[in-house]
Structures are given as C-alpha cells and as structure tokens.
Design a protein around this ligand. Structure first.
Ligand code: ACO
Length: 339
C-alpha cells in the first residue's frame, strides 16, 4: 500500500461579462486599432473570453470555484488543511490571495452555520500559466509527506487588469476565470485514483519574452504594468517544452501516450495544443479544448478546462489524464493522474 493524492472534486467560475471577438473589434476600433474575428480565430482558436467588473478580484472567482469543488467532493471546509493558489494577478501585493480566499470561504461557511476553515496553511504560487501545475505538484508532495491531508488547489486570474488595450497583439488573447480541485490523501496498491507523476521546470533566461515588467515602489508603479510578449518566441518554446514534460511524466509513471485518455493542456492557443498533440501522436478528440470560449486564463485555464470536462461527462473516474502547463518565466510542467 502507498499514499496517493487524488482529485475528489472540481469547480470553476467565470465572470458574467462575456466579450466575443466582435466585441473586441469594436473596443479596439474606438482606440484606432484594427483586428478581426477571422484573424483571432485563425491564429489562436479564440472566439470569446470573460472579463471581470471593477469590483471583482481573483479571490472572488477563486471563492466560487472552491465552493463548487468542495460541494462536488462532498467535503466540508473544516476538513481542508491546505490552500494553494496559482495566480499572477493577486488581489494585493500581500497578503496572498490564498489567505484572502481562506477567509472568504470561512465567512461563507460560518454564515451557513458550518465550521470555518482557518488554521491550515495557505499560500500563492507565482508561475504564471504553469501556476496550477506547480500548485498541484506542491500539494501532492505535501500530502505524500503527511504534512497535509485535504487541499484546495486553485488557479485564479484577472488578466484583463494587466492587458494593454492599445496592443492588439496581446489584448485579444487573454481572459479571466478560476478553477479549483479538492485534492485528498488516499492509500491503495497503485491501482486506484491519484497523481501518478509530476514534472516541473523553469529557465529564467527567457524572462523577457513574456512579462509584466512594472513594479511598485515608493507608492508608485515603476515601469510598465501591462503584459508584454514576443508571441513567436513563446510559441516555439512552448511546443518543445510541453512535449518534454509530457514524456517525462509518462516515463516516471511507466506509461505511454497511448495510455492517456485525456490531455488537458494550458489553454493558450489552439495551434500550440495541436502541435503538442501531434508530437505525442494523440488525436485531437482526446484533447480538452476550452480556449475558444475562455481565451487564455493563465493559471486558471487547466482547472477550468478540467472542471468543464468532468461536468460534461467527458472525463470519467478511472481514466488517465495528463495536465500540462507552460508560461512566463519561462516555466513549464506536467501532471499525470488517474481520476
Ligand atoms: N489583429 C489583426 N492583426 C494582428 C493582430 C490582431 N489582433 N495582432 C497582430 N496582428 C498582425 C501583426 O501586426 C502582423 O502584421 P504585419 O505582418 O503587417 O506586421 C501580423 O498580424 C502577424 O503578426 P505575428 O505576430 O507574426 O503573428 P503570429 O502568426 O505569430 O501570431 C500570436 C501571433 C497569435 C500571438 C502567435 O505568435 C502565438 O500564438 N504565440 C503564442 C503566444 C501565446 O499563446 N501566448 C499566450 C501566453 S503564453 C502562454 O500562455 C504559454
């Protein structure tokens, strides 16, 4: 018998405000910029994305995703002893979005007459679009060492706050949202559900190809606080490292690509997903795709896609699922698991 961590519930949240490509064409035209539904769909596969209103932060989206995940898992908040949030768009410089989220979950549970969830560890992980894969890897390790028993692992982003709407090459790509899973300890002989292998990496020499270079100092924002990207450099790097991470988790778990029932990749661009699937010889009908409706929601994209796939009955108990993330840093990684 060995200790595993398994996903026992998933949840997600999207802001109510949905913008189609046609809406963005109008918005950019007001700024004298030209784009088209055709260009966006052909280069990225994106047709729509959701943006928060001024009063909504990453922790608000995370809160809704976590409530749904806890309900799906049949898990009371008081059982949770770890919260890890992957985000690059935190509510504040500090404290972490995870601690703000913990308090929102606790206040809601107390209001319902249930026990709260304060006291367990809560922290953020900053790995941009790899944030959820990093967060899941950390939570798995903490569960396997016995440090934690039941975790909420979350990706939550409000990228609309850091977009430059005068830069048509980036502002059409991203959206807001959150996804969450309940990850809990279980013991079995290896035939049951759980995370089978993880693999995470970073190479800081690529900082400049995808970054938000601004910072806060002396009460002012220094530098540019909006997203900058060299799209073609990101594209080339992403396809290569995603293949490496996929092969690494398969090797570690003693599996082959043929064993994978579903690939749930970071939803940045349909062409990156198609490139990865092709390299792994996985047909596209085994790839969960939500980028068309969500855009790139960074750390939220994988748990959002996973939740949609679980709730629509695509991803089923007992199936082998590969999650893959890549993002600024450069960071990348993969998780192979049995549902
Ligand atoms: N609408 C219309 N035209 C546009 C737009 C737009 N929104 N944006 C750029 N163009 C124009 C450019 O100005 C350029 O025109 P020019 O030839 O007259 O100079 C032309 O389209 C081609 O521009 P490229 O940048 O060469 O277009 P490319 O084919 O590389 O596509 C894209 C750009 C979609 C960003 C692509 O490079 C890509 O997908 N990169 C991956 C980046 C990514 O997915 N990042 C997500 C974040 S990172 C992550 O999550 C891993």
């Amino acid at each position: 018998m060995a200790l595993y961590s398994r996903i026992s519930g998933t949840g997600s949240a999207l802001p109510a405000r949905r913008l189609t490509n046609a809406d963005l064409v109008t918005l950019l035209a007001e700024r004298g910029l030209e784009t088209s539904d055709e260009w966006i769909v052909e280069r990225t596969g994106i047709r729509a994305r959701h943006f928060v209103d001024a009063d909504t932060n990453a922790s608000d989206l995370a809160f809704k995703a976590c409530e749904a995940a806890l309900q799906a898992a049949g898990c009371p908040l008081s059982d949770i002893d770890l919260i890890v949030v992957g985000t690059s768009t935190p509510d504040m410089v500090f404290p972490s979005t995870a601690t703000i989220l913990q308090n929102k979950l606790t206040q809601a549970a107390l209001a319902r007459g249930e026990a709260g969830g304060a006291g367990g560890a809560a922290f953020d992980v900053q790995a941009v679009c790899s944030g959820f894969v990093y967060a899941l890897t950390l939570a798995d390790a903490l569960i396997k060492t016995g440090t934690a028993h039941k975790a909420l692992v979350v990706g939550a982003e409000v990228f609309s706050r850091i977009l430059d709407f005068n830069d048509r090459t980036t502002c059409v790509l991203f959206g807001d949202g959150a996804g969450a899973v309940v990850l809990e300890a279980c013991e079995h002989d290896g035939s049951g559900p759980g995370i089978l292998a993880t693999d995470i990496h970073a190479d800081g020499k690529h900082t400049g190809i995808l970054c938000v270079p601004g910072t806060v100092s002396g009460g002012q924002v220094l530098g540019d606080p909006t997203l900058k990207m060299d799209g073609q450099a990101v594209f080339k790097l992403a396809v290569g490292v995603l293949e490496d991470a996929a092969r690494a988790v398969l090797d570690k778990a003693g599996k082959t690509a043929a064993d994978v029932d579903w690939l749930v990749p970071h939803q940045a661009n349909i062409r990156i997903m198609q490139g990865t699937a092709r390299k792994l010889k996985l047909p596209m009908d085994k790839v969960v795709v939500t980028v068309d409706q969500h855009g790139n929601t960074s750390a939220a994209s994988i748990p959002l896609a996973l939740d949609e796939a679980v709730r629509s009955g695509k991803v089923l108990p007992g199936q082998i699922v590969m999650l893959e993330g890549v993002g600024g840093g450069f960071t990348w990684g993969a998780v192979l698991l049995k549902m």
